[in-house]
Design a protein around this ligand. Structure first.
Ligand code: GRG
Length: 285
């Protein structure tokens, strides 16, 4: 099947699972949180590439396990990603008016509801994951730990904090790499490693999945920076501003090749993982 079709099918599977989970919350819907649920749905079901859950589902394919094994985890990662985007768009952070071609959450529902929508998505992500897990208690516990670590202070939240501090002080090149690995890379890396955990992978294959995820996360950020690059308004904290456009492009190609080589080591069912790395290379946004 063509990759685009695979992507669409898996993305709609993630959407319908998240939607089903929300309908469970609506059963007890009180007028006092109707607006909150609406705003959570507005962002969680409002488009997006579904890059991270797709990666988890394709990892299950590589490990020759049914996708149901990783689906709750894939949904949880997407919900955490969505919460980060809602909070990132708030006036106290990036103050953005548009996201995914639509008004940002706070523009539609107001700041306090948008803040709670992010809080709700983060918390419910863990509830969805644990209450729908098809894995052993040990694997479920490990994946919860891993996800919390990568989304938290040692991962995405910490990365965002370094990014905020960077506006006030000069970063070294090492700080700069760390910032992006934490802020963007960690959630992509855990999408791959978490799936490996749920597929009961050996420590060696788990390490390969983790490294593939790390490389893909790095390539994702490089591609984002190349896409957003502007000669006139260079972003302070972007790879193109630090390395220049050409070097960033070369680094992206090189990192993608490394990710593909790693995917091959995971076995025979890695065709789609390879295509995912290639898709990142050519994606428009
Ligand atoms: C507020 C805790 C907190 C964290 C925010 C991820 C993030 C941290 C901020 C987003 C800023 C940003 C644009 C980073 C670049 C990489 C990135 C995460 C892009 C958006 O992800 P996509 O392209 O978005 O996967 P879609 O819309 O496709 O889901």
């Amino acid at each position: 099947m063509h990759l685009e079709q695979v992507f669409l099918r898996k993305a709609s599977l993630v959407d319908s699972s998240i939607e089903r989970y929300f309908s469970r919350l609506e059963v007890h819907s009180h007028f006092g949180y109707k607006k909150l649920l609406e705003s959570m749905k507005y962002s969680a079901l409002g488009g997006g590439k579904r890059f991270r859950p797709l990666l988890s589902l394709l990892m299950a394919e590589a490990f020759e396990k049914p996708q149901d094994v990783v689906l709750p985890f894939a949904c949880a990662v997407e919900m955490i990603h969505t919460y980060s985007l809602i909070h990132d768009d708030l006036p106290c952070m990036d103050n953005d008016d548009e996201r995914r071609g639509k008004p940002t959450n706070h523009k539609v529902y107001g700041e306090s509801t948008a803040l709670l929508a992010g809080d709700g998505l983060l918390t419910e992500a863990f509830h969805l994951l644990v209450s729908n897990s098809k894995s052993t208690p040990a694997a479920t516990l490990e994946v919860v730990r891993l996800l919390a670590e990568n989304a938290g202070v040692l991962g995405m939240v910490g990365g965002q904090s370094i990014d905020l501090s960077a506006q006030a002080q000069q970063l070294t090149r090492d700080d700069f790499y760390l910032l992006h690995q934490m802020k963007t890379g960690a959630l992509i890396q855990v999408s791959a490693e978490g799936a490996a955990v749920l597929c009961e992978a050996s420590p060696e294959r788990r390490a390969l999945a983790r490294e593939y995820g790390r490389l893909l996360g790095f390539a994702f950020q490089l591609k984002d920076d190349l896409h957003d690059h502007s000669e006139i308004h260079p972003e302070l904290c972007s790879y193109t501003s630090v390395l220049g456009f050409k070097k960033t492009e070369d680094l992206l190609k090189d990192t993608t090749l490394q990710a593909i080589e790693l995917a091959k080591k995971l076995g025979d069912k890695t065709g789609h993982l390879i295509q995912l790395a290639e898709f990142n290379l050519s994606r428009g946004q």
